[in-house]
Write a protein that binds this ligand. Structure first.
Ligand code: P70
Length: 464
């Protein structure tokens, strides 16, 4: 095999590591105690007590030497900082949106957007709203409606674009609700609640056409836009020879704006933005931003954060990086599938999602099977994932409980952080927990808030 062939057939980490951070081993007895002290909620564990931390890919990545170099040369001016203009240029080069409004993270962009455009009686359709997006839509008084295609709710269905919006349901919703009560149509790329699944260009284009026909703004929740572009490149006809940046540009060309958490495909530890074409909406959003985030040329970020994001957005679109990124997720997925562990297929862009409804079929949804399996992973191997199931999504705005459409344990990979042997270890822990599944029971919520309760609820294993 020559080097060229080797390069196309073999995927290795496309970086070397220059700065390392020690991780700490604990014993199973220690972890049992730590989990009980944390109210059986992994969010309440101390990070130093976690060996492999897959709670989130948000803000947890390793920055590059290029980003650190940018950080050193940032401009910390309150107004008109050069770092802001570098960020604005970067965002415009990729999205072409006229207005770029920086925010400290994604939910701040959501807060500004939904406070400005949505209110009581409104409905905001999306393929699937993620937790904070749903919460912000509901906080504005509007209803968040998920219209993902049916295949997107079937863990074993291998449709290549399971994040697609159901176009017929979108049309029906517009008909039923009326255009004046739909302030915006959203699409989340990739679809985080449903397995990190991509949305096809064809679907983005079709949603855009429906939105235009009805004169409704169309916004993309763009957190993982680069990963979505990679899936389009590798799965959709006509895109195989295009560069990820060209694909990303086409995705954004169909939208009127986007919200972005730069903690994901901005490759940064903090940051985000809201971008749009409408002058009138931008003015309203900037006025609210001054009230809540800060002056519109920093919006809650330091100059050095804006530098990191401006550079990171392009690094996320690098082909070698994306090939490695998507492959490293599939690598864990393949190992688990071979061992018979039920997962959401195909594997997504930023995480492997374990199907806890299937794994713990003896635990009913409202006894939170995914919560239970996630806690077992910590107890057995010091691994922390996150439940995406009925603890996260079961509480309805009226106060009642309804099971979520899936009960998943998401193992999200921080960008450029863990190596292949970490992943081999992970597979062992998960397979081990799977083999012990019959001994695992359900949980109940002992106390917690009504909104976004998963972040802070205290839980109890049933029978306690
Ligand atoms: C995650 C985090 C954040 C997010 C997102 C989409 C599609 C907006 C945001 C908000 C949240 C999280 C969940 C569980 C554990 C830890 C963190 N997603 N839209 O991990 O962005 O966080 O910057 O306000 O996925 O998926 P931000």
């Amino acid at each position: 095999m020559d080097l060229e062939e080797f390069r196309t057939n073999t995927i290795i980490e496309p970086f070397r590591i220059r700065s390392v951070e020690a991780i700490r081993f604990t014993t199973m007895d220690e972890r049992k105690e730590l989990l009980a002290e944390a109210g059986y909620n992994p969010f309440l564990l101390k990070a130093k007590d976690v060996l492999i931390d897959l709670l989130t890919d948000s803000g947890t990545g390793a920055m590059s030497s290029g980003q650190w170099a940018g950080i050193i040369s940032s401009d910390e001016s309150y107004a008109g900082s050069s770092s802001f203009y570098r960020l604005e240029n970067a965002v415009q080069e990729i999205t072409a949106f006229k207005h770029v409004i920086p925010t400290h993270q994604g939910r701040a962009a959501e807060n500004i957007l939904f406070t400005t455009i949505a209110g009581k009686g409104d409905v905001v359709p999306s393929n699937t709203h993620f937790d904070t997006t749903r919460a912000h839509v509901e906080h504005s008084g509007a209803e968040a409606r998920d219209l993902v295609i049916e295949e997107g709710k079937q863990p074993r269905n291998t449709h290549p674009f399971k994040g697609n919006m159901d176009l017929a349901k979108l049309e029906q919703t517009i008909e039923e609700v009326g255009t004046d009560r739909i302030p915006v149509i959203m699409i989340t790329v990739t679809n985080n609640s449903g397995g990190g699944q991509p949305v096809s260009m064809e679907n983005i284009r079709a949603v855009s056409e429906i939105a235009k026909k009805h004169d409704i703004p169309f916004f993309i929740d763009a957190c993982r836009f680069a990963e979505n572009a990679w899936f389009i490149k590798t799965r959709e006809d006509g895109y195989e020879d295009k560069e990820p940046i060209e694909i990303a540009r086409e995705m954004f060309s169909y939208a009127d704006g986007c919200t972005m958490s730069a903690k994901k495909d901005g490759m940064s530890n903090i940051g985000g933005f809201l971008a749009m074409n409408s002058d009138e909406l931008a003015e309203k959003c900037r006025n609210l931003e001054i009230l809540t985030e800060g002056f519109p040329t920093y919006g809650g970020m330091a100059g050095y954060d804006m530098e990191a994001v401006a550079i990171g957005l392009f690094e996320a679109l690098n082909e070698d990086y994306l090939r490695y990124r998507i492959r490293s997720i599939a690598y864990l997925g393949d190992k688990l599938s071979r061992a018979g562990v039920p997962i959401v297929k195909p594997t997504g862009g930023h995480a492997v999602y374990l199907d806890a409804k299937e794994i713990l079929s003896h635990v009913p949804p409202l006894e939170y099977p995914a919560w239970s399996f996630n806690n077992a992973l910590y107890r057995l191997g010091g691994v922390r994932g996150v439940e995406i199931g009925s603890v996260m999504f079961g509480k309805q705005p009226g106060g009642s409980e309804k099971p979520a459409s899936m009960e998943l344990v998401r193992l999200a990979f921080p960008r450029r952080v863990y190596t292949q042997s970490h992943v081999d270890y992970l597979a062992e822990v998960i397979i081990n927990a799977y083999e012990q599944r019959e001994q695992l029971g359900g949980y109940k919520i002992a106390s917690g808030p009504d909104v976004l309760r998963h972040f802070s609820a205290r839980m109890l294993p049933l029978g306690h």
